[in-house]
Design a protein. Structure first.
Length: 349
């Protein structure tokens, strides 16, 4: 039976498993997306996550396809009132999402265009959780390396207060209900909270960042914010883009798999990742668990996680992900996981 958790300080109770949708429109057809939503809803999942940019990999010709698939499902099934719907506006720097071809920013023009487009594609009057997909600031995201804190001119950043003001207007108009962050830092999250406390706009309810067995960087700084400020983590990539299943180990490239098709797995091919995954695969065998089940159950069990965003390209993968909610991380298993972490750390930040 599905578990439900409060979304931040709102009155929304979202399922502990969230249905991720970014493959719909490239890797998955519309019919397959509809089948996934049918199964998820039947299993008690009431929380779906999408974005104006999806499907992924991002391409101008497929941008918005995922939202259209969801919108058509709402229209066909009449299920909008049974789903807590999350979408996102692109942060700084995308060059094809706006009609004038200018780079995206988190200002009034860009956010207004984005939310209107999403509402049209989704065939709905409102979005329950509207998230900033990544910051307007130049920060280290999506597994990028290097030191971002170099001398530079920061004067062209859109002020957080300005962004919140636009979002407040959209809340007032009834087009969005609550707001969230994504791919954000501890500093950025606290600045948003401080600006909201000062009366500049709605309070952040959640933060959607990568979190999994080989990337536990969220635990340093951000986890404390989540628990003290009730800004829960919506954890994406709980399987490390599928790498934690073991299917890509030692250079394997199974037919039809995401990295095989798109070669976008560099975040999980860094030094030390393969050795860490080998250790977790061995642990799963010791406890007679499917590796995917172990990785997913770990994320869902964390006290700072509001919802674990799962993604699947087959119905069998979806079933495994949904079933993982029934698996408990025992104290013995927790101890073994942390022992591996002590040795291998977070090799795929």
């Amino acid at each position: 039976m599905a578990e439900y958790r409060l979304l931040g300080r709102t009155d929304l109770r979202v399922s502990a498993i969230c249905l991720g949708t970014m493959t719909w429109g490239q890797q998955n057809t519309e019919a397959e997306g509809h089948a996934q939503m049918d199964m998820a809803l039947d299993r008690g999942i009431n929380f779906f996550d999408t974005a104006e940019m999806y499907s992924i990999p991002p391409r101008a010709e497929t941008q918005g396809s995922t939202e259209r698939i969801i919108g058509n499902w709402f229209a066909k099934r009449g299920t909008r009132n049974r789903v807590i719907l999350a979408s996102k506006v692109a942060g700084r720097g995308n060059g094809y999402l706006r009609p004038d071809g200018k780079l995206t920013r988190l200002d009034r023009t860009n956010i207004t265009h984005a939310v209107e487009g999403s509402l049209t594609r989704l065939q709905t009057d409102y979005i329950d959780l509207y998230q900033l997909h990544w910051p307007d600031r130049q920060v280290q995201i999506f597994g990028a390396g290097g030191n971002v804190f170099q001398p530079r001119d920061w004067s062209d950043e859109v002020p957080i207060e300005e962004t919140l003001g636009v979002l407040q207007d959209l809340v007032t108009e009834g087009k969005i209900r609550h707001i969230g962050l994504s791919n954000e830092t501890a500093w950025g999250t606290m600045k948003f909270l401080a600006a909201s406390d000062a009366g500049h706009g709605p309070r952040v309810a959640s933060i959607q960042n990568a979190y999994n067995l080989v990337n536990r960087t969220y635990e340093t700084g951000l986890a404390e914010i989540s628990m003290r400020e009730q800004v829960g983590l919506l954890a994406y990539s709980p399987l490390g883009q599928g790498y934690l299943t073991g299917k890509y180990q030692h250079g394997a490239r199974p037919a039809g798999a995401r990295t095989t098709l798109f070669e976008r797995g560099q975040r999980y091919e860094k030094p030390g990742v393969e050795e860490a995954i080998d250790a977790y695969l061995a642990l799963a065998r010791d406890f007679y668990l499917d590796p995917a089940t172990l990785a997913l159950a770990f994320v869902t069990s964390r006290p700072f996680v509001t919802s674990n965003i799962i993604g699947a390209t087959t119905m069998e993968q979806l079933k495994v992900a949904l079933d993982s909610e029934e698996v408990q991380i025992t104290s013995e298993l927790e101890e073994r996981i942390n022992a591996i972490f002590q040795v291998h750390g977070s090799p795929a930040p």
